[in-house]
Design a binder for this molecule. Structure first.
Ligand SMILES: Cc1cc2nc3c(=O)[nH]c(=O)nc-3n(C[C@H](O)[C@H](O)[C@H](O)COP(=O)(O)O)c2cc1C
Length: 505
């Protein structure tokens, strides 16, 4: 393969000059070794997927993929797999094999066209499936991809991960400064792999650079491109809104199918994203985790859960997920189960806070078999179910609670826009709205108020006049607005444990 030595163009933006390598300075795409469908024929061959579940570390595992497909998803990605750890497996003596944990081949369930999990039929499937890798070395990426090429429909390159670990490992969005390397990573898979290669990118601040970047991915051989409409710095409390306009422009400028990613939280959102971006499909990550039926639509009716305002029951979803986990031979990581249940049950755990600890202590019992392996998680769900049954009958919960439960208030849409309710009862799976980041100015004011309150409290407490000192919580809770939701913290904790586990393998 000829080396890419790009020449560049400069455009001015509000943040100064942006360097854009010229497309023609990259080598031609080249002809693949194996016969490959054109990008559009490939897209049609997998059913022209429109409702797509994102790659999610520790969360788009086999059991969750099955659940998501049962509720309307047309295509699901695996979690990101580190190509180096995956490809170098055989050379290392490890107790738990990275390959087994990240793409189990022993039980032949991952990537299976047909799976029989219930008594009824073999209706479940793990296809179409895209396996996602992060990488920074073309030969290593190819070796890793060849391990799974017979058990998936495409291999995807992660160009979006913004986490610190990606900066250290030099992958994901930290390749965005090195288009020449990105070209080589995609191109080697295009030329050598049996299945198509696709790419998942973030956008730049500059529209021109975003478009030029997408064109380089296409020229390298990416047969589908997912555009996450956020820049690399948009993460955590700075996540903000994805830019659908940039996705729309990319869609107009490239010839391969484009998938729009970002801002899909309510069941109505994916159709709006399709219309507004003109994309061929829509991908959801968080929206799917908080409501695995986000893409579900019954024939002839607007939503599948009419009596629930279109939202599924938390406990029904949790039971079905655990049932899948219990029936699969492929083990599901306990950290994944826990993180799923914390997210899915988040609104209910705002009310029944004592059950967080019960969930936190639940364990996957690998010495047991079948459903017994998830017994303690099941007990948590049954206890939560009993509490929610009682809540449903309690008139107290017939109207929107005041104050609203944390995380339930939308700052994305105004109340009721396009039939999107801003209040959904806590027993239904629903979108989660991270509290917006408080500005330094607000924080300063909040801290000042906090200090004043503490001084007041300590003086009044001394003289026995506690009552009436701090009535207006709103004035002092700048800190509370920044505080990340504690369910989210539990999830992060579960993820940290898992990261540790993956690192020590
Ligand atoms: C728990 C979690 C894990 C994620 N893991 C990955 C991953 O493995 N690969 C990837 O490309 N993006 C990953 N992402 C990012 C999502 O795929 C998606 O691009 C991002 O969350 C924006 O989509 P959303 O607005 O629908 O959440 C992850 C997101 C979440 C919430």
């Amino acid at each position: 393969m000829p080396e890419a030595v790009p020449t560049t163009t400069q455009v001015s933006t509000e943040v100064g000059p942006v360097i854009i390598p010229d497309l023609d300075s990259f080598p031609p795409t080249g002809t693949p070794k194996h016969a490959k469908l054109s990008s559009w024929d490939f897209y049609r061959s997998i059913g022209s997927p429109q409702r797509i579940v994102a790659p999610m570390v520790d969360q788009s595992e086999l059991a969750w993929r099955i659940l998501s497909r049962r509720y309307g998803s047309d295509l699901v990605y695996t979690p990101m797999i580190n190509a180096k750890l995956f490809a170098d497996e055989s050379s290392k003596k490890k107790k738990v094999k990275y390959q087994e944990v990240n793409f189990n081949r022993e039980f032949a369930e991952e990537g299976a066209a047909s799976l029989s999990l219930s008594d009824s039929d073999g209706a479940d499937t793990d296809r179409p499936l895209f396996v996602q890798f992060c990488a920074n070395d073309p030969a290593t990426l190819l070796r890793a991809a060849q391990v799974v090429e017979d058990r998936c429909d495409a291999v995807d390159l992660n160009l979006g991960c913004p986490q610190h670990i990606a900066r250290r490992g030099h992958y994901g969005s930290f390749l965005m400064e090195d288009w020449e390397l990105i070209f080589r990573l995609i191109n080697i898979l295009h030329l050598e792999l049996k299945v198509p290669v696709t790419a998942k990118m973030r956008v730049y601040e500059s529209m021109e650079k975003t478009i030029a970047y997408a064109k380089v991915l296409e020229r390298a051989g990416a047969q589908m491109i997912t555009v996450h409409g956020r820049t690399r710095v948009m993460k955590g409390h700075h996540t903000g809104l994805a830019d659908w306009e940039k996705i729309e422009r990319v869609k107009r400028e490239v010839k391969v199918p484009v998938i729009a990613n970002g801002n899909v939280l309510y069941p109505q959102d994916w159709r709006e994203a399709l219309e507004r971006t003109g994309a061929d499909g829509v991908m959801s990550a968080e929206g799917n985790l908080y409501n695995p039926a986000i893409f579900f639509e019954a024939e002839g009716s607007e939503t599948m859960f009419p009596s629930n305002k279109g939202f599924p029951s938390i406990t029904e979803m949790a039971r079905e997920y655990l049932d899948i986990v219990g029936k699969l031979k492929t083990p599901t990581q306990s950290s994944a189960i826990k993180a799923h249940l914390f997210r899915l049950c988040r609104p209910a755990l705002e009310v029944h806070r004592d059950l967080r600890e019960v969930l936190g202590k639940s364990r996957f019992d690998s010495s047991a078999t079948g459903a017994e392996r998830v017994k303690s998680y099941g007990e948590f769900v049954e206890e939560l179910g009993r509490r929610l049954e009682a809540d449903m009958k309690d008139p107290k919960w017939e109207a929107k609670p005041e104050p609203a439960l944390p995380g339930s208030v939308s700052y994305l849409t105004e109340a009721g826009v396009g039939g999107r309710p801003v209040w959904v009862p806590h027993w239904l799976a629903q979108p989660y709205f991270r509290p917006p980041l408080v500005t330094d100015e607000e924080k300063g004011a909040g801290e000042k108020e906090d200090r004043k309150r503490r001084v007041l409290e300590s003086t009044t407490a001394k003289v026995g006049e506690v009552e009436g000192t701090v009535k207006d919580e709103g004035k002092t809770n700048g800190g509370a607005r920044v505080r990340s939701d504690s369910a989210e913290r539990e999830v992060q904790e579960a993820r940290r444990v898992d990261e540790k586990r993956v690192r020590v393998q």
